[in-house]
Design a protein around this ligand. Structure first.
Ligand SMILES: [Zn+2]
Ligand SMILES: [Zn+2]
Length: 882
């Protein structure tokens, strides 16, 4: 039965002229729809605006592009104390007079908004400079304001999250990154941005990247650099597909759009664009690309920016122009492929009639007048973008198990210059020590790249046979029962541990050490393997087999810092490692943040690549879980305050990525903290901060607040004292020694060790010979390390000590501690020196666990206010161009 709206509403209001000729069945298939219709705008009549409000109540609008975070940066330096988003900002300066201030919570609510892609945009001028830092700062500010106004906003990263937020009456808050320059051509950065919540990236802004051309190329305003998408650009699209990040081709050249649409396995979007047919601007989309978009299943979200809506410069663009673009797209490809990406806060002038984020119902009312149906409006409002996101998520599931290009993509640029060919993971079975002694040829089993090709069983058999023979031979010759069994995980280097009948007094110290370490494996506070990966393999994990004995594999074999691999860690009874993110001081003020991110990405990938041996760990509980599962808890620490580019936002986001300590300096001062070289007697580095600046102090409070450990290795004594005085949580020295034992500026004086005891932190003793033994006439040994441990134990007790070896971070190691398999020998030495079982378990495992759990994690209070201060050095000047 056909029911006319006019008839139904006659009793409510006479003035329904707008919808008088529309058939109800054409507008909505929901039989209860009209019963819900009410005079929402309160003008005494039921009009199209009431109808629009009702549609939007059912399908709250998701705007694909809002630049509020950029306005926050420009007007308030991202300081949330400077404004109240829950107030009407049209009457608050400087917002009231700003041409790009279109958004606040009251207006979003009036506009019936159910979701927003908040844009982490940074200007093209940052391209070769601090684009990554600024992008992360923008993601941080989005995180902060979403959290601060959690009555209204809810963070969302999936289609399910959006539906959940809308069902709770919240505004789903997603993140989009506008401009490929934000990743500085680094797939590692792309992956990390995804991890931080970014769910689309626009391939360019108004500038080309080295791998993609921007739209001004089409009007020859700038020359092409990649002729669309370069090979690298296509791989970026692949990687975004694999991650589940939407590819956004707004702002790109036509060729780039076409290349992306051809390549992408998932739907692509235009997050804020219009049609070229109506206004021939390079920012707008031609018909053939619209057809490709339909084919691809993506959507074009229409922009309200005055400049692109109407090419007739004699008049201003209005809401009618927006409708023209929408209707044109609908006529060409249908209503399944459109959305709204208004660009509020990103442009100074928007269409008349759509002045701010409260106006979406006006647009919907106008569309109702033009005869758009309920279903079409629902798709335009949110169903289409939710569908796209769902599809993108499905492609993720489909690809993640299949695509092999994942690991080789890292640092593609440097790959071109790399002399390393393909995958040559040549590994050898060898029993180096044994064969050196008895001078036999080394038995070798060579295989290429895939360890699995030699089955574990076969391997075990070869092993067992050779091992038994060797044990016999060696035992007879030297009467030694203990020797290295490189990379055998099935044959444990634990003599007699299963022969429990042996009485305690007969057990050697080494055997006792093995017993203790079995219960309390070593947690090493400082291992630089990740930096070696960067130096030797340009972070290409496809060229690493971490389960092989790296001392037998090039390029590691010829490299004198090759101390770490999984078999050796297993032999050393290592239960936890802080994998260190290190970038040299030379990167300070340059690309330290990018390099830091790439190293974090590498550690994440390393753990992914070795799921049977490594477990990504971020808290004390993970340490216990790893122990239970027989895995190595893999923590992340950042070495050197220069890595955060004096930005508290970077510290917060690094925390989000799993980083659990930050060493305040490396060998260079930062703008807020002095390095230990300041205390170097021979050739002191000039102090730049007199210790720790006020900013540095605030940063310590911020680290306390979020639960990141403050690491005082490498800092000056003055910084140590201040930090120990002010830190609300225990601090650590991740890799330092005692100055009383070796008077080096990298070591810690007794007075400060006593302060550490009061603070409740720990000093994790470093193995580096240069700091361990100050007597240059002889070689450093295991005993020297034991001397440091002994001294600290005597001075402040075994409760405040740990191990932070610096393996893979230094060119040599003391005799007896040549690689990560040697911990048991150190423990045996300590047993001989009178350390008891409790003390040793504290040293290896319990102290760091307690510092993290009882102290740092509990001291954290993320509900309190974040540090807002930024150093003036942070560039806030650049302006957005459109
Ligand atoms: Zn160091
Ligand atoms: Zn834009």
């Amino acid at each position: 039965m056909t029911v006319f709206l006019t008839q139904i509403q006659a009793g409510i209001s006479e003035d329904v002229s707008i919808i008088k000729n529309m058939e109800y069945s054409e507008f909505s298939k929901d039989p209860t729809f009209l019963s819900k219709l009410a005079d929402i705008n309160g003008d005494g009549k039921i009009t199209a605006i009431d109808l629009a409000n009702l549609v939007l109540s059912q399908h709250p609008l998701i705007d694909g592009h809002n630049d509020l975070p950029w306005t926050m940066r420009q007007l308030a330096s991202n300081d949330l104390r400077k404004f109240d988003l829950s107030k009407d900002l049209t009457v608050v300066e400087p917002w009231a007079s700003a041409s790009t201030s279109h958004t606040d919570i009251p207006r979003l609510r009036k506009g019936k908004v159910g979701g927003v892609f908040w844009i982490a945009y940074v200007d093209c001028h940052t391209s070769e400079k601090d684009a990554v830092t600024q992008t992360i700062e923008q993601i941080d500010v989005i995180n902060r304001f979403v959290k601060k106004y959690s009555d209204d906003f809810q963070f969302a990263t999936t289609s399910e999250d959006i539906i959940d937020a809308i069902s709770k009456g919240k505004i789903a808050s997603l993140i989009g990154v506008e401009g490929g320059h934000s990743i500085q051509s680094s797939p590692g950065v792309l992956r990390i941005l995804y991890q931080l919540g970014a769910r689309y990236m626009t391939l360019t802004h108004s500038c080309n990247t080295p791998w993609s051309d921007a739209s001004p190329v089409d009007h020859k305003i700038i020359p092409a650099t990649a002729n669309g998408l370069s090979e690298f650009g296509l791989k970026i699209v692949d990687e975004m597909n694999r991650l589940g990040m939407i590819v956004d081709v707004t702002h790109t050249s036509e060729k780039t759009s076409r290349d992306a649409l051809k390549r992408s396995k998932a739907p692509v979007i235009f997050s804020h664009s219009q049609t070229k047919n109506i206004c021939d601007h390079h920012r707008n989309v031609p018909d053939d690309i619209l057809h490709m978009l339909k084919e691809n299943g993506g959507i074009i979200m229409v922009n309200f920016c005055e400049g692109f809506l109407n090419c007739n410069k004699s008049r201003k663009a209005t809401i009618k122009d927006v409708i023209d673009h929408l209707e044109y797209i609908r006529s060409v490809i249908g209503s399944d492929y459109i959305g709204i990406g208004a660009d509020y806060n990103g442009v100074p002038e928007v269409a008349i009639g759509l002045e701010d984020t409260s106006k979406y119902p006006d647009l919907f009312a106008a569309l109702i007048e033009r005869g758009w149906t309920h279903e079409e409006l629902a798709k335009l409002s949110n169903l289409n973008i939710i569908r796209v996101l769902q599809k993108v998520e499905q492609v993720l599931t489909h690809l993640s198990s299949k695509w092999e290009g994942y690991y080789t993509l890292a640092l593609l640029y440097s790959l071109e210059h790399s002399t390393l060919v393909n995958c040559q993971c040549q590994a050898k079975f060898s029993f180096l020590l044994v064969f050196v002694f008895i001078n036999l040829p080394k038995p070798e089993v060579e295989y290429v790249c895939v360890m699995k090709e030699v089955s574990r069983e076969t391997k075990g058999k070869i092993f067992a046979t050779v091992v038994i023979a060797m044990i016999a031979g060696i035992s007879v010759l030297f009467g030694i029962l203990l020797f290295e069994l490189p990379w055998s995980s099935s044959v444990k280097a634990e003599p007699h541990t299963n022969q429990t009948e042996i009485k305690d007094q007969n057990i050697t110290s080494l055997e006792k050490a093995f017993r203790i370490l079995k219960e309390y494996p070593v947690v090493d506070g400082h291992n630089d393997f990740a930096y070696n990966m960067r130096k030797l393999l340009q972070n290409q994990l496809s060229k690493l087999n971490f389960s092989s004995n790296l001392k037998e594999v090039e390029p590691w074999a010829s490299y004198n810092e090759s101390y770490t691999d999984i078999p050796t860690l297993r032999q050393g009874h290592v239960g936890g490692v802080f994998w260190v993110v290190f970038t040299p001081c030379e990167s300070q003020g340059k690309d330290s943040v990018i390099q830091t991110i790439e190293q974090i990405d590498l550690i994440h990938r390393l753990v992914d690549q070795n799921p049977n041996d490594l477990l990504l760990a971020t808290n004390s509980e993970d340490l216990s879980t790893a122990k239970t599962q027989g895995k190595i808890a893999s923590f992340i620490g950042i070495e050197g305050g220069h890595s955060i580019s004096s930005s508290p936002a970077i510290v917060r986001m690094m925390y989000k990525l799993g980083v659990r300590y930050l060493t305040l300096t490396h060998q260079c001062n930062t703008p807020w903290a002095d390095a230990s070289l300041v205390d170097n007697k021979e050739d002191p580095l000039p102090s730049t901060n007199n210790g720790l600046s006020e900013f540095g102090e605030e940063l310590i409070y911020e680290m306390n607040r979020i639960g990141m450990m403050v690491d005082l290795s490498h800092v000056s004594e003055e910084v140590m004292r201040t930090a120990l005085k002010i830190s609300k949580a225990p601090v650590i020295f991740s890799h330092s020694g005692a100055k009383s034992v070796c008077n080096h500026h990298r070591n810690v004086p007794d007075g400060i060790l006593k302060l550490l005891q009061l603070n409740g932190g720990i000093i994790m003793v470093n193995f580096y010979p240069g700091f361990v033994n100050c007597n240059k006439s002889r070689t450093a040994t295991l005993q020297d390390v034991a001397d440091h441990l002994d001294h600290i134990r005597k001075l402040i007790g075994a409760k405040y000590v740990g191990l932070g070896t610096d393996y893979n971070g230094v060119p040599e190691m003391p005799q007896g501690l040549e690689d990560v398999s040697k911990f048991p020998y150190l423990f045996a030495e300590l047993i001989d020196r009178g350390w008891n079982q409790t003390e040793l378990s504290q040293l290896s495992f319990l102290n760091i666990q307690e510092v993290m759990q009882v102290k740092v994690e509990l001291a954290a209070d993320s509900s309190s206010r974040a540090m807002e201060k930024v150093l003036p050095a942070t560039e806030l000047k650049s302006k957005k161009r459109e």
